[in-house]
Design a protein around this ligand. Structure first.
Ligand code: PEP
Ligand code: MN
Length: 259
């Protein structure tokens, strides 16, 4: 089991990568092996997808749980999955090391309370129009000592982008609340060409890590095909992110800068 603190280091950003959704065994094996070679330690393996439209792909569900269990055993990677219903906590059992609460569920307090009764780290994504105060309150429902906050962009009315990545929020939650925080350039941009730039901005801003959607063949991905990047592009980006992190080490603002 992964303890939250073990996921972070002063030398390396926390890198979480994988597709928007688990689609097939072949997809997950091929991608996981590539990511492992790049020394990525946390794999996105989303079985359930909360989608804005009921007509969109809703996820494969637990059928591919044994496949992910085998990938975890062979690669030693930690597995993160989004929990959309409290029942799924038991369903995924020990296969999952880190739970995720999606933006649309940030204020699903009953779900947060159920996750609060577990002992694993929980990535809490910021709600689509949530203030940092509301986000912090949601973290309290789970237990602040187990939460990793994730800024994923908010609605600002700017229609040139799907969501606006709010870098200020990274600084607020990190510096005012001392919480570990990562950023998601994939869902904020909604466009693969913007992902590397936003990912670098997130690390440059002093975040502790990123979660990035990677797919070997984005054009045929069953969801979020426009924003997923290939493992090749991800590999290049990863080098930049690791290098940038040596300058920041997840330190949002140093004492001198604040003074
Ligand atoms: C996700 O990370 O898989 C996701 C659905 O993101 P969000 O909840 O931020 O839209
Ligand atoms: Mn997605």
């Amino acid at each position: 089991m992964a303890e939250r603190e073990d996921l972070f280091s002063k030398d390396e950003p926390l890198i979480i990568a994988g597709p928007c959704a688990v689609e097939s065994e072949e997809q997950m094996w091929s991608l996981a092996l590539k990511l492992r070679k790049m020394d990525v330690r946390v794999l996105r393996a989303m079985f359930w997808k909360p989608r804005s439209s009921p007509e969109s792909f809703q996820g494969v569900g637990r059928v591919l749980l044994p496949c992910i269990e085998e990938i975890k055993r062979k690669t030693g990677m930690h597995i993160v999955t989004e929990i959309v219903d409290g029942e799924q906590i038991n369903e995924v059992g020990d296969v999952v090391d880190i739970y995720q609460v999606g933006a649309r569920n940030m204020q699903n307090y009953e779900l947060l309370k159920k996750l609060g009764m577990t002992s694993k780290p929980v990535i809490l994504k910021r709600g689509l129009i949530a203030t940092t105060e509301e986000w912090m309150n949601s973290a309290k429902y789970i237990g602040e000592d187990r939460v990793i906050l994730c800024e994923r962009g908010i609605r600002t009315g700017a229609d040139s982008m799907r969501f606006t990545l709010d870098l200020n929020s990274l600084l607020v939650v990190k510096n005012d609340h001392g919480m570990p925080v990562i950023g998601d350039p994939s869902h904020s941009a909604g466009r693969s060409d913007m992902v590397p730039h936003l990912a670098k901005a997130i690390i440059a801003c002093g975040a502790d890590g990123v979660t990035i959607e990677v797919h070997e063949n984005p054009e045929i991905a069953l969801c979020d095909s426009k924003q997923q990047i290939t493992p090749e592009r991800f590999g290049v980006l990863l080098q930049d992110l690791r290098q940038l992190y040596t300058l920041t080490s997840g330190t949002a603002m140093t004492e001198e800068l604040v003074a």
